[in-house]
Every structure is written in structure tokens, then in C-alpha cells.
Design a protein around this ligand. Structure first.
Ligand code: 5GP
Length: 292
């Protein structure tokens, strides 16, 4: 059994450590969002042991009445510890913290999550490659996939190439913001952590994923901007699909059917950009981030 004097010394040290964190939030030397992130990343940290009411009350301008209202809105119990919230609670609290003005008086939520999707053969890959060339400062999400690397593709740059077991594990441990089986074959998914880190740092990030994935991102993060790339005309899409010469007539017909269904999804998106000219389409995507 632990010596009672030792136990009480530990308790005092913990209380002091918590008080120090609260003091740094109160004097503005550390942002509440970064305290929360430490708590969520490491449940053995001091930050993780802060109760929700004491965490929020240490933010300047927030008193007990406000705390009660905020926690009620966020559906979090005041005595709950910051490091032990549910997934949904982390999402809502994270969003709330990002939306509030930081110690400099500006909103932390300057970064945007841009999701680029579109029907087969619309030229998504080309537009995204052009953005990389024109704007090397733009951040891109690197997806995980179970498909084999193609020649020239680098692990960690183009994709994280993982086994089926590794993919299962990423999904089970809730590390994926979204994932889907694409073209009925391989699984593809967006790792959650880099997205969260970019947004917390106030930076925008682009995801180039399929339509099913785009829907999932919107459901999890309604503030995401969904961009649908369109071909100049429907006939042009048919032409692009049928003149590649790489697919059999049967495969072409199947892809056209898929494209028709995918085409309809444009009405669920926030923005549509016509891929008439690659440079113009690339700049149109970048302008949504207001960084050009
Ligand atoms: P490819 O195998 O040609 O690199 O990509 C095939 C498809 O997978 C593309 O339509 C691409 O948009 C989609 N994709 C790539 N990464 C992701 C992802 O993380 N999530 C989802 N849902 N789709 C993805």
C-alpha cells in the first residue's frame, strides 16, 4: 500500500500542476485549444485531468454561468475530465474552441478543409497536381490505401500503403476521418490527425477523395467546403471516358453508368468548378482557401 504521506504529496503536486496550466490559459500564454489537444493526445498528461468546468472557467471572460450554458450546449458534464471525453464531444468542443477568438482577438478557425471530388475521368488528379506545382505552400492530406503502389509512387508521399490488417486497425482505433471502398476494389481513407493538426494551426488543407468519402467528411465536419469538379460538358466526359482506349466496351459502359450517378451528386456540394482549363480550375480551388 502506498504511504499516505506520499499519496498526499502526489495529490498536491497534481493540483499545483493543474493550477499552473489554468494560470497559463488565464494569462493568455497558452491557447485553450492547444491544452485540449495535449489532453486528447495523452491521457496521462496533467491537461487530461482538468475538469471541464475548471478548464473553461480559466479562459478569460468566461464565468460560471457562461460555462454552464456552454457545456449544456456542447452536451458535456461539467465534472467530466478534459482527457476523457467521447469522440463526438471532442469534435464539438474542438470546433467550439476553434471558432472562438484567441488571445490576440482573432478567430483560430482561419484554416479551411477543402474536399475535392468529382465523377470518374473529370481530371481531379490533374487539377490537384497543378495546385501542387502552382502553390507548393498548400497542404494536402495523404490518404491510406490497401492498393499496391504504382511505379514511381512513394509511401508517405502519394499514399500510406498499408495492409488490410493495418487498415482495419486504423478504422477500429478511430484514426480515420472517413474511408471507402473505391471502384469496388481497394479501401482508401483519410487519417484524422494531420487534418486536425492543420486546422488547429489555422492552416487550410486539401483532400482529394471520392464522393462517398466527401459525404462522410461533411457529416463529421459540416464546416468543410465540398468542391465538385465538373467536365465542360457531359459529352466531353463521355469522350474522355471512351477515348482512353484502356477499357473494354463493357467496362466503358459500366463506368458511364457510374459517372451518371456520380454526376447527380454535384447538387450536394458547396461549390462546383468546371475543369475547362486546368490552371483556371486549380486557381479556383485555391481561391476557396483565400491564400492565393
Ligand atoms: P487511385 O487508386 O487512382 O490513386 O485513386 C482512386 C480513387 O480513390 C480516386 O477517385 C480518389 O479520389 C479516391 N481516393 C483517394 N484517396 C481517398 C481517400 O482517402 N478516401 C476516399 N474516400 N477516396 C480516396
Amino acid at each position: 500500500m502506498r504511504d499516505p504521506r506520499e499519496a498526499s504529496a502526489i495529490a498536491v503536486a497534481n493540483r499545483r500542476a493543474r493550477a499552473a496550466v489554468k494560470a497559463s490559459i488565464a494569462d493568455g500564454s497558452v491557447e485553450p485549444l492547444s491544452v485540449a489537444r495535449t489532453a486528447w493526445d495523452d491521457e496521462t498528461s496533467v491537461e487530461a485531468t482538468l475538469r471541464m468546468n475548471e478548464f473553461l472557467e480559466s479562459i478569460r471572460g468566461i464565468g460560471p454561468t457562461k460555462v454552464e450554458r456552454i457545456l449544456d450546449e456542447l452536451k458535456i458534464h461539467p465534472r467530466k475530465r478534459l482527457g476523457f471525453l467521447g469522440v463526438r464531444q471532442i469534435e464539438t468542443l474542438g470546433e467550439w474552441l476553434r471558432q472562438r477568438p484567441n488571445s490576440n482577438g482573432s478567430t483560430e478557425a482561419t484554416g479551411k478543409l477543402i474536399v475535392v471530388a468529382g465523377p470518374t475521368a473529370v481530371g481531379k488528379g490533374t487539377v490537384v497536381a497543378r495546385i501542387r506545382e502552382l502553390h507548393p505552400e498548400v497542404r494536402f492530406s495523404v490518404s491510406a490505401t490497401t492498393r499496391q503502389p504504382r511505379p514511381g509512387e512513394i509511401d508517405g508521399v502519394h499514399y500510406f500503403f498499408v495492409s488490410n490488417e493495418e487498415f482495419d486497425n486504423l478504422v477500429e482505433t478511430n484514426q480515420m476521418l472517413e474511408w471507402a471502398v473505391v471502384h469496388g476494389q481497394n479501401r482508401y481513407g483519410t487519417p484524422r490527425k494531420p487534418i486536425q493538426e492543420a486546422l488547429d494551426a489555422g492552416e487550410s488543407i486539401i483532400l482529394e477523395i471520392d464522393i462517398q468519402g466527401a459525404r462522410q467528411v461533411k457529416a463529421a465536419m459540416p464546416e468543410a467546403v465540398l468542391v465538385f469538379l465538373l467536365p465542360p460538358t457531359w459529352d466531353e466526359l463521355v469522350r474522355r471516358l471512351t477515348t482512353r482506349g484502356t477499357e473494354s466496351a463493357e467496362e466503358q459502359a459500366r463506368r458511364l453508368e457510374t459517372a451518371k450517378v456520380e454526376f447527380e451528386a454535384q447538387y450536394e456540394f458547396d461549390e462546383t468548378i468546371v475543369n475547362d482549363d486546368v490552371d483556371t480550375a486549380a486557381e479556383a480551388v485555391v481561391s476557396l482557401m483565400s491564400i492565393a
